[in-house]
Design a protein around this ligand. Structure first.
Ligand SMILES: Cc1cc2nc3c(=O)[nH]c(=O)nc-3n(C[C@H](O)[C@H](O)[C@H](O)COP(=O)(O)OP(=O)(O)OC[C@H]3O[C@@H](n4cnc5c(N)ncnc54)[C@H](O)[C@@H]3O)c2cc1C
Length: 319
């Protein structure tokens, strides 16, 4: 049987390698480790998105799957900092509230609060607060590292300079033959010349958390392993991965939004993290892919990876 070659070691590629190796498929994961969006220090796991309260299809199942996977890793001795205490989504006015109410399917687990719980540190002006009990946050890098180690896949810290459905050429010109799945995210799509939308976003890294419970509306604040983060993906979309440059004007926008959102704001900054997310991709039809997860990598990535292994890779590789 030819090996499976996974290009990219973010949440998509690491999850794919984990489930493939667990299914007995010989797996090689190639990861350049550059501009990895999944290195995000704290990612929200949130199934109701954006400022229009869009309910992500499969988001609830995706979130439950991600938390079950974190439990599975913990049983194997991997400690990935995370929380599943739910997510708080404040809405500013009655119009937005009514729109969000309409979006929520019957039986969807949620609760509307008339006042923000004290611990969220939210300002009093918020109209109502949606509490989603199936949600939380996770340390992205620790999650991917645990999946890679637990997978026991062969890991090559290199760049694949040419990617074909039946093999890749590495930067040292070695050709590796196998069934390739492209999970290269924004950096990989730019290297390979695949079209799509790339959006940079930044997080302020805080020594303490602004809210011990994850909060999101336009911006998000969550705890993290080292304290907390305050962030958003608000840069102008681009046609390629542009990871460089300190986004100063955007950071002042972020601070202004945070001032309007939270009661007390004395951020004790320890740094800034910037990443680029990838969505709206046009990918070669003959290449297997799991990419362009936009801002939902940790919500949907692990479950999509498991489904891809069961529905496509096992039948294909065991032919
Ligand atoms: C500021 C910000 C905040 C975010 N917040 C959230 C959030 O709250 N919740 C959430 O779910 N998601 C969030 N995301 C999005 C999430 O991070 C992405 O959806 C997800 O990380 C994408 O994962 P990926 O595996 O597809 O790609 P990536 O994580 O980018 O991984 C791709 C990897 O492949 C490697 N690679 C690419 N090409 C090659 C090649 N040719 N050879 C070898 N290696 C290669 C890259 O170097 C990289 O390491 C956020 C993103 C940003 C930028």
């Amino acid at each position: 049987m030819k090996p499976l070659i996974v290009v990219g070691g973010g949440i998509a590629g690491s999850s794919l390698a984990y489930f493939a190796a667990r299914a007995g498929i010989q797996t090689i994961l190639i990861d350049a480790g550059k501009h990895t969006a999944s290195d995000v220090p704290s990612a929200l796991i949130n199934p109701v998105r954006g400022q229009n309260g869009h309910v992500v299809e499969g988001g609830l199942e995706g979130a439950q799957f991600t938390f079950a996977l974190l439990d599975e890793l913990q049983k194997q001795g991997f400690e990935v900092p995370h929380s599943r205490a739910g997510v708080y989504r404040p809405v500013p006015d009655e119009k937005t509230f009514l729109k969000w109410v309409k979006n929520l399917p019957e039986g969807y687990p949620h609760e509307w609060l008339d006042r923000a719980p004290l611990q969220t540190n939210l300002q009093d002006h918020w109209h109502k607060v949606l509490f989603l009990p199936v949600g939380g946050w996770v340390d992205g890098k620790a999650f991917c590292t645990a999946l890679q180690e637990a997978s026991k896949a062969q890991i090559l810290r290199q760049t694949a300079v040419s990617i074909r459905p039946d093999g890749v050429v590495l930067q040292d010109q070695t050709f590796l033959q196998g069934t390739v799945v492209f999970c290269g995210g924004s950096h990989g799509a730019t290297l390979a010349g695949f079209a799509g939308t790339h959006r940079r976003g930044s997080l302020l890294l805080l020594n303490d958390t602004l809210s011990p419970l994850p909060v999101s509306f336009g911006i998000y604040a969550t705890p993290s392993r080292k304290g907390g983060v305050l962030g958003s993906t608000f840069e102008t979309p681009s046609t390629e991965c542009r990871p460089y440059g300190l986004p100063l004007s955007s950071l002042s926008w972020l601070m202004e939004k945070a001032r309007l959102t939270f009661k007390t704001l004395q951020p004790d900054l320890s740094g800034v993290w910037t990443g680029v997310r990838y969505s709206g991709a046009t990918l070669p039809e003959d290449l297997l892919t799991l990419t362009a997860l936009g801002s939902k990598g940790f919500l949907l990535g692990p479950k999509l990876a498991r489904d891809r292994v069961e529905q496509t890779l096992i039948p294909l590789l065991h032919q």
